[in-house]
Write a protein that binds this ligand. Structure first.
Ligand SMILES: C[S@@+](CC[C@H](N)C(=O)[O-])C[C@H]1O[C@@H](n2cnc3c(N)ncnc32)[C@H](O)[C@@H]1O
Length: 370
């Protein structure tokens, strides 16, 4: 079996969240989601015999929820939102979902995929994206088996679809996925994210810096909108472990950086404090100037606070004040965005939020030469 076989299932499971699997079939996707340890797995299956098979499969498994029926009826009645949705409902009506097929049986299945399904079925299939909007959390990943047949701007991964030995039958299928961001399924989120720091290191960074803070407060009206910032700030105390982690992850394709030469702030927000729609580009400097910021790395050090979510907007020149990605990062998670995007740190409503912000300029990024 090829290695990339499960890649797309792994991408969905990486959310470690609530997953919806539409169409049980062989139970292959369900098996993967479940064994990858997602928070919950919900399955919708229309065929009675397959649903019963799914019931048997789910016996003794925690946090698995099964729904019998057509997704078009079930989805509007679901009282739940998801972090990941996998949709794969096309198969021959009489498919027996055996994983051990003869060559002839595989050929028959493959023939089916090359004859078109009815116009009505295809229309229903393509409407799935709209239905998925009803049940998606912000940043939910949506993966549809035949997405590439009706949408172009997609991320894609290859899925291995044949488990036998007949090389004449195609083995790969390009499968598309998008993210639910600001009310639409989009190819890209407005930010990237990496899990970088351990909880221990986060606690150490808080301990080492929290007694050096100074209160910063400023406000300015731009285009009739009041921009406010209130927080406690200090330059980050040098930490070699953090430097090593950054050099192994963010800077792995560049020459090593010395953390002391980067702009690194340690920030604390108390109740009622936040930061409204900031843009970090250095005004007056072209984007390709060596001193200009290239990327911002926004590290979250704790999660025992309320409020304080991060709104990452699309590029500022689009001047869209309503469309943003909303995220509450996990401990040790690093959000990555461009300095010319608007970002709001919503006010903290309980406890304190700690964050490290690292601004990397163009000159900090020295490509390694071969
Ligand atoms: C190709 S299989 C799913 C494969 C499965 N994801 C796996 O990895 O084994 C398709 C499944 O979707 C089910 N199905 C078809 N149309 C459906 C619908 N409208 N609602 C729910 N399930 C449906 C079929 O009965 C079948 O079990």
């Amino acid at each position: 079996m090829q290695k990339d076989f499960t890649k797309v299932f792994d991408i969905i499971s990486e959310t470690k969240g609530d997953i919806l699997d539409v169409g049980f079939g062989w139970g292959i996707s369900a098996d993967h989601f479940y064994s990858n340890g997602v928070k919950s797995l919900t399955i919708i299956e229309k065929r009675k015999d397959v649903y019963e098979k799914a019931l048997k499969w789910a016996e003794g498994k925690q946090n698995v929820h099964l729904h019998f029926g057509d997704w078009i009826d079930i989805i509007p009645s679901l009282n739940k939102k998801f972090d990941g949705i996998y949709m794969d409902t096309i198969s021959p009506k009489n498919e027996n979902f055996s994983r051990n097929k003869t060559k002839e049986e595989y050929e028959k299945v493959w023939e089916f995929y090359h004859t078109s399904i009815s116009k009505e079925e295809w229309e229903q299939y393509q409407s799935f994206e709209d239905y998925a909007k009803l049940i998606s959390k912000e940043n939910c990943i949506l993966c549809i088996f035949e997405y590439t047949k009706f949408r172009k701007d997609l991320n894609t991964e290859s899925l291995q679809v044949y488990w036998g030995n007949d090389l004449s039958i195609p083995r790969k299928h390009d499968i598309g996925f998008t993210y639910y961001v600001g009310g639409e399924f989009r190819k890209n989120k407005f930010y990237e994210s990496k899990q970088l720091l351990t909880e221990n290191l986060c606690n150490k960074l808080i301990k080492d810096n929290k007694n050096n803070l100074k209160f910063v407060e400023a406000e300015k009206e731009i285009d009739g909108i009041l921009h406010q910032r209130k927080f406690n700030y200090t330059k980050l105390k040098y930490n070699s472990e953090l430097e090593e982690i950054l050099n192994k992850s963010i800077f792995s394709n560049y020459k090593k950086v010395d953390l002391k030469n980067l702009w690194c702030g340690f920030i604390e927000y108390n109740e009622g404090e936040g930061y409204d729609r900031h843009v970090e580009t250095i005004k007056g400097l072209p984007l390709d100037d060596s001193e200009q910021y290239n990327t911002l790395y926004d590290l979250t050090l704790n999660d025992d606070y309320e409020g304080g979510e991060v709104e990452v907007f699309d590029e500022w020149y689009k001047n869209d004040r309503d469309t943003f990605s909303l995220v509450k990062p996990k401990v040790g998670e690093c959000l990555i965005y461009k300095p010319y995007q608007h970002v709001t740190y919503r006010k903290v409503t309980k406890n304190k939020k700690y964050q490290i912000l690292i601004g990397v300029t163009n000159k900090d990024l020295n490509k390694k030469l071969i």
